[in-house]
Design a protein around this ligand. Structure first.
Ligand code: SF4
Ligand code: SF4
Ligand code: SF4
Ligand code: FES
Length: 348
């Protein structure tokens, strides 16, 4: 264990704990922009600077490990002015179109500007004007709004294993881009969208919808596969307008392309909501109740078993079912129908 003092509070932390983590253990808030505790520390934004006694200049709390006897100060007029200037510099070439930005109200940069009362900016100069290459189906990319925090690059690399984007160029021309500056062509998991602290990355499906009033949030489970990721549905009336996932869920807020972007079928008017049965050979499919559909299946299975034996029947279970449902399905085939003809769609 390491003993140190933060804001005059003596504390002990495990060796390897950063100053930011140590402060969080004491419920001391330090502003951050490039940090996410699900990713490795990066030290890009410099907002988390703190003073350490005996060290001439402030250090970044997110990348500095706690050391024995350290005396740390996270708040002072000097730190406030430095952090305020950092945000001011970030805003100096930012489009500042919060009025029409899809992320307004859910943007860390906007919150910081509000906290540091940055109505005016002392720095005026060249503005970035990156081309928008935006033909991909899911993710709207507005690199003029990017603060180069690197969160998207790191989540794609460290969590998704995609490596689809990286820092390109240097200095004022620096930007986040896929290889050769092409349009995104990746797994489209959208982890980068979920973690981006500004309006630089947005889901196209909700770009013009998410800022409405009366949005209701409902926690549920993804219907697509047995991983059962936790989702939060954003709805207006009976329309799902967006899907997100919480950081404290068992999937840590990460989803795949299906869970994050594949929800539009819910709102489709031609979506099947009742079973259909073809009652006569060559007849049309007709909507029926669940009871009628299940009776139809039962009588069909019984008839085939009587006429041809249980091995004339086979069952294919589904990756969309839970583990327990798939277990029951195979048990039903082996014990009630009496056949081992059972397989799962994930095998082919
Ligand atoms: S959608 Fe997923 S794979 Fe594509 S860039 Fe974002 S994090 Fe990487
Ligand atoms: S696109 Fe968003 S997450 Fe990626 S570096 Fe820019 S601001 Fe950060
Ligand atoms: S489909 Fe994707 S988001 Fe849905 S449960 Fe499976 S892995 Fe999770
Ligand atoms: S949060 Fe520490 S440098 Fe960005």
């Amino acid at each position: 264990m390491i003993s140190l003092t933060i804001n005059s509070i003596e504390t002990e932390v495990h060796d390897g704990t950063t100053l930011l983590e140590a402060a969080h253990e004491l419920e001391i808030e330090i502003p951050t922009l490039c940090h996410d505790d699900r990713l490795k520390p990066f030290g890009a934004c410099r907002l988390c600077i703190v003073e350490v006694e005996g060290v001439p200049r402030p250090v970044t709390a997110c990348t500095t490990p706690a050391a024995e006897g350290m005396v740390v100060n996270t708040e002072s007029d000097h730190l406030y002015r430095l952090r305020r200037t950092i945000v001011e510099l970030l805003l100096s070439d930012h489009p500042n179109d919060c009025m029409v930005c899809a992320r307004a109200g859910d943007c860390t940069l906007q919150e910081l500007a509000y906290f540091y009362k940055l109505r005016e900016n002392r720095f005026h100069g060249e503005m970035r004007d990156h081309d928008r290459i935006d033909e991909n189906p899911f993710i709207k990319r507005e690199m003029n709004k990017c603060v180069l925090c690197g969160l998207c690059v790191r989540v794609c690399d460290e969590i998704q294993g995609g490596g689809a984007i990286d820092f390109a160029y240097r200095g004022f021309d620096a930007k986040i881009a896929p290889a050769f500056e092409k349009d995104l062509d990746c797994e489209f998991c959208g982890q980068c969208v979920a973690i981006c602290p500004t309006g630089a990355l947005t889901g196209k499906a909700w770009a013009g919808l998410s800022r409405q009033k009366n949005v209701k949030y409902t926690d549920t489970t993804c219907p697509y596969c047995g991983c059962g990721c936790s989702l939060t549905l954003h709805t207006i009336g009976d329309q799902v307008i967006r899907v997100s996932s919480k950081k404290d869920s068992h999937n840590h807020g990460w989803l795949c392309v299906k869970g994050r972007f594949g929800y539009e079928f819910i709102n489709r008017s031609d979506r099947l909501k009742t079973p259909y049965v073809r009652k006569r050979k060559d007849g049309d499919l007709e909507p029926v109740s669940w009871d009628e559909a299940l009776d139809f299946v039962v009588s069909g299975l019984k008839r085939i078993k009587e006429e041809h034996g249980p091995d004339a029947i086979g069952g294919l279970s589904s990756a969309r079912c839970t583990n327990e449902e798939n277990y029951i399905f195979q048990k039903f085939f082996r014990t009630l129908i009496g056949t081992n003809n059972i397989d799962h769609c994930a095998r082919y």
